[in-house]
Design a protein around this ligand. Sequence first.
Ligand code: ZN
Length: 191
Amino acid sequence: MHAITLDDMAEAGALLEGHFRLSSGLHSSRYLQCAVYLAEPARAEVAGRQLAARLRTAGAQLVVSPALGGVIIGHEVARALAVPFAFTERTEGVMALRRGFRIEDGTRVLVVEDVVTTGGSTREVMDVVQRHGGVVVGVASMVDRSGTKHPFSPLPYTTLLTLEIPNFSPESCPLCAAGVPIVKPGSRPRA
Ligand code: ZN
């Protein structure tokens, strides 16, 4: 079983073309809607198994992902590793562990995301884990569009699909300059 390709994403209807404002604030002409790819449970399960296989040696005892984007893939990775799963969520902009989820002191935690762009939200999850006494032992994401080789160095990091889609700051975005209307993916219901 090969890792996910851009063609797989396109075939699943998860590759969108246009002018998008990413959650990092950057703009892009393409967007991967991982939720659409993961809508097929069999695909989610395989993706989870592949990520888990690559980070099995990290010896994680718990998988933690940020809601909502990381929840499905994180849960599948946890299933493949046969460890529990918890998620963080934003309350008034601040990433937090809620719903009674607990992390025992010294628990080895794998942080799993759908997409890593700047790595900002991943680092927020790492901070939450550490504040609760956990030890982050690795990071995994379905898609890496960070443009850097080791975004979480020195921690091990793995991904199934590295994307070299250019991201633009709003000031230097050619699509903005051309007057193309911008869309925030996921914010608009499909017709
Ligand atoms: Zn733009």
